[in-house]
Write a protein that binds this ligand. Structure first.
Ligand code: ADE
Ligand code: ZN
Length: 335
């Protein structure tokens, strides 16, 4: 099973680039940029990763970004993730980034997106991993700020496939961003939003995502299982759910393997992802290993989840077909 998981060609649809910042790179960038870190070594930094819920994780996640300053830093961050991903047989990735977490520190939007974009091009050429970029808005900032950042993105629309919504969900419902998401949609961008696990008013948030915002996908979305009506809506609209088991274990103390089984049984389009792999110390393969170990998922079920990721990716049908064929060629050896 381990070899099967390691070698299966995969897609990752829910990974925050800033959440791929490894402690070693953080130290190297701090030194280069003359930034003093509060820890003596990468090991000491990891030892301080003390999170138990979403807010306690986000505090550490935003603090970590202070070492990202110039274009080369964003290039290095992105290239390092894409190299790691390729080594795990990820052949396609959709990458989140959080521009507001950088512009609020005085780093220009252009610096961030140019560094990321150049690394995506280089990784596609050198490593054969294709990727697309999703710009996230921080939901604990204002809708006005989100609107301003969508404006900043105007000259770079060819580099962005969609917009997302992340950060602290408490008291920040999807409808707060209805106007800016409507604008993004009118600009031809795809839409997704985090519906993190066990959040206050989670069912209302999921319902708003689907019926008001009309998202193309939902990030996490585990709590949809509490409502037959929401499950039916998600199935009717063929919405993909990007679930992140190890991340869930950190923020809600559960890998959610039972919930993932339920989604598979209902034929919901569940996919497995790493979220913030450098912080949760698990990339996509490790997420699949842990999940399989706890939930005893079969090779066929793993294949279904990997296939779902290609199916709900924001790609044209021809490209999806090519990836799904690659997946089928792989699984055929095991039959
Ligand atoms: N930003 C980075 N990771 C996140 C997560 N899991 N939930 C919400 N916002 C995030
Ligand atoms: Zn996330």
């Amino acid at each position: 099973m381990q070899t099967f998981i390691e070698n299966i060609p995969k897609a990752e649809l829910h990974v925050h680039l800033e959440g791929t910042l490894e402690p070693e790179l953080s130290f190297a960038l701090a030194k280069k940029n003359h930034i003093e870190l509060a820890y003596d070594s990468p090991e000491a930094l990891v030892a301080a990763y003390d999170f138990h819920d979403l807010p306690s994780f986000l505090t550490i996640y935003y603090a970590g970004m202070s070492v990202l300053v110039d274009e080369a830093d964003f290039y290095q961050l992105t290239y390092a993730y894409l190299s790691k991903a390729r080594s795990q047989e990820i052949i396609y990735a959709e990458l989140f980034f959080d521009p507001q977490a950088h512009t609020t520190r005085g780093v220009d939007f252009e610096t961030v997106i140019t560094g990321i974009h150049k690394a995506q091009l280089a990784a596609e050429q050198n490593l054969g991993i294709k990727s697309q970029l999703i710009m996230c808005f921080l939901r604990d900032m204002s809708a006005e700020s989100a609107k301003q950042h969508l404006e900043m993105a105007q000259p770079y629309l060819d580099w962005i496939i969609g917009v997302g919504l992340d950060s602290d969900e408490r008291n920040n419902p999807p409808i707060k961003f209805a106007d800016v998401f409507a604008k993004a949609k009118s600009m031809g961008l795809k839409l997704t939003m985090h519906c993190d696990v066990n959040q206050l008013n989670t069912q209302t948030h999921i319902e708003q995502c689907i019926n008001t915002i009309e998202v193309d996908r939902i990030d996490h979305g585990i709590n949809s299982l509490e409502s037959e009506e929401l499950c039916e809506l998600i199935k009717d609209k063929k919405l993909g759910l990007t679930v992140c088991p190890v991340s869930n274990r950190f923020v809600v103390q559960s890998l959610t393997s039972n919930e993932i089984h339920k989604m598979l049984k209902k034929e919901m389009l569940v996919t497995i992802n790493s979220d913030d792999p450098a912080y949760f110390r698990a990339y996509l393969n490790e997420n699949l290993f842990e999940l399989q170990k706890e939930g005893q998922f079969s090779e066929a079920q793993i294949t279904t989840m990997v296939g779902n990721a290609f199916k709900v990716a924001w790609l044209d049908d021809e490209t999806k077909k090519g990836y799904l064929q690659q997946l089928e060629n792989y699984t055929r050896q095991y039959q």
